[in-house]
Design a protein around this ligand. Sequence first.
Ligand SMILES: Nc1ncnc2c1ncn2[C@@H]1O[C@H](COP(=O)(O)O)[C@@H](O)[C@H]1OP(=O)(O)O
Ligand SMILES: [Mg+2]
Ligand SMILES: [Mg+2]
Ligand SMILES: [Mg+2]
Length: 333
Amino acid sequence: MAYSGSHDLALLRKVVVEVVEKACHLTSKIQKNILHEEVLKKEDFSPVTIADFASQALVGHILHQAFPHIPMVGEEDASALRADPKLATKVSDHVKEFIADISLEEVLGALDRGNHPGGEGTFWVLDPIDGTKGFLRKEQFAVCLCLIENGQVLVAALGCPNLPIDSALPDGEKGCVFIGVKGKGASQMNISTKKEFPICVSSSSDASKATYVESLESGHSSHGRHAEIASALGMGAPLRMDSQCKFGVVARGQASLYLRISKTPQYIWDIAAGAMIVEEAGGRVTDLTGRALQFSLGRTVGVAALFASNGLIHDQVLAACAPAEDSSHSCFV
Ligand SMILES: Nc1ncnc2c1ncn2[C@@H]1O[C@H](COP(=O)(O)O)[C@@H](O)[C@H]1OP(=O)(O)O
Ligand SMILES: [Mg+2]
Ligand SMILES: [Mg+2]
Ligand SMILES: [Mg+2]
């Protein structure tokens, strides 16, 4: 459906793509030589690195300069860095490679811009590195940014520095950005050449011939439950990869289904950008009962289990999910 609001979507798209590209360069550079002491554990034992902090500070600062009145929901904040001045300086030095005159206090302030609670209204949503575990394994990760207005994602970009540009050439050139604009479709851009082309989901309506994709980490979603659903549909083995790159892989038709059956409510920064890009590419993203995801509830989408498909096999997947699904997986609000 065409967007009829007051935002200049072309301008937003330009800024979003440019800032995600910058964050891809920054995080890729850090990924090459990341040190053990540059990785912290959060309260939930998940890792966070200087690259996550630097990426959020860079994106937060640039967006604030361009759109001072739009707040941001981001995964990270500056509290760990305020307690560790040495690490804070390292982060700041990385950001300075892109914004020469930024001060340490501005870096910390830009990081703390991620503390917005979400809900109704207009705000950015940023996951500065989605798939930090993949990032540390030197595998897939994504920089995920979108703008939400009253629960609708208007513009989204997924920067995937390590994803092969052509899925038929897994050892070929890597590094792409998936882009979605409300009502205008989705595209894939090559990070180094800037070449861009429209993408669309697969045209396969036979679930038994479809490829599905899931997290590489068995602790992030239930591989066992995914396998039961896949088996009911007659699907083969999954493709496993870290991060929202999985949404990109569905959006460009490389896989027809992304299953994410977790036990914890999903954060909007883990879902919103990728889900919108799949929808703009012609696919569908819902919870296991077929309800659309809600991005105006706060910092989570309220559900723990969801899937993205090419649309054509969506009802078949819903039917396969239905019999054994525990209702406690579906709603946390
Ligand atoms: N225990 C967990 N359960 C579900 N998701 C998690 C868990 N720990 C981290 N995540 C988040 O899951 C996403 C990665 O999922 P995947 O396994 O599909 O790559 C990331 O957003 C990651 O956060 P982060 O952004 O910090 O990497
Ligand atoms: Mg994290
Ligand atoms: Mg994430
Ligand atoms: Mg993250």
